[in-house]
Design a protein around this ligand. Structure first.
Ligand SMILES: [Zn+2]
Length: 211
């Protein structure tokens, strides 16, 4: 192991691994590593175990595609949720943000990204097929499997808007109402970072998407 930041061995390795994480520069990585070095042994063990468990036990819910440890996930199994509304989000963290806003009681569908030709991401790389299958699944004998409205809650970015439009065109023929979160979320912003009040208002004032 070559020395890094004047260090070698295990500390250098830890700092290198930490600085690979998004939002963590070399300075923060060093601070975290020294913090762990000074902390009790149990803290490092708990962190290491949590990382291993996260990789070993996290799966995607076969219904909504959210990260879960049991399938279907707790949200999909919750019988108090309104099954006639689906909220389509880009990432699991967007779902977390909407849940934090506490004003939505329907179900979700996580795409795991947005359509972005520049990055080589097309519909096939996203959970679009799973969404359509879910809508065409007819457990109740009704069109759309009982889903009456789909809220497009992709981010207000170019890719987010394009993805919402793409899905709207696919869903419209199924006769399901498609709405979009109201403006008010800053353009180009990420849902994940929006505050609860803004998110609740964007949900409440959602608008019809016309074909
Ligand atoms: Zn689920």
């Amino acid at each position: 192991m070559t020395s890094q930041f004047g260090l070698s061995g295990p500390m250098a390795r830890l700092i290198e691994e930490l600085s690979r994480l998004p939002g963590i520069g070399p300075k923060s990585a060093q601070r975290l590593a020294y913090h762990l070095l000074r902390s009790p042994q149990e803290q490092s063990e708990a962190l290491a175990q949590a990382l291993l468990d996260m990789k070993a036990k996290s799966i995607l819910c076969s219904v909504c595609q959210n990260i879960t440890e049991r399938d279907p996930c707790a949200l999909c199994q919750d019988t108090t949720r309104d099954r006639s509304i689906l909220c389509v989000v880009e990432e699991p963290l967007d779902l977390v943000a909407l849940e934090r806003a506490r004003s939505y009681r329907g179900l979700y569908h996580v795409l795991h990204g947005v359509i972005s030709p520049m990055d080589g991401v097309g519909p096939d790389q996203l959970k679009v097929r799973e969404l359509l299958a879910r809508l065409q699944d007819l457990p109740t004998g009704q069109a759309g499997g009982g889903v009456q409205e789909i809220i497009m809650a992709t981010n207000p970015t170019l890719e987010g808007e394009a993805t919402a439009m793409y899905l709207q065109r696919l869903i419209a023929p199924l006769g399901i109402r498609v709405t979009r979160l109201a403006r008010g979320l800053p353009a180009g912003a990420d849902l994940e970072y929006a505050d609860e009040v803004t998110l609740a208002r964007a949900l409440e004032n959602r608008q019809e998407v016309s074909s």
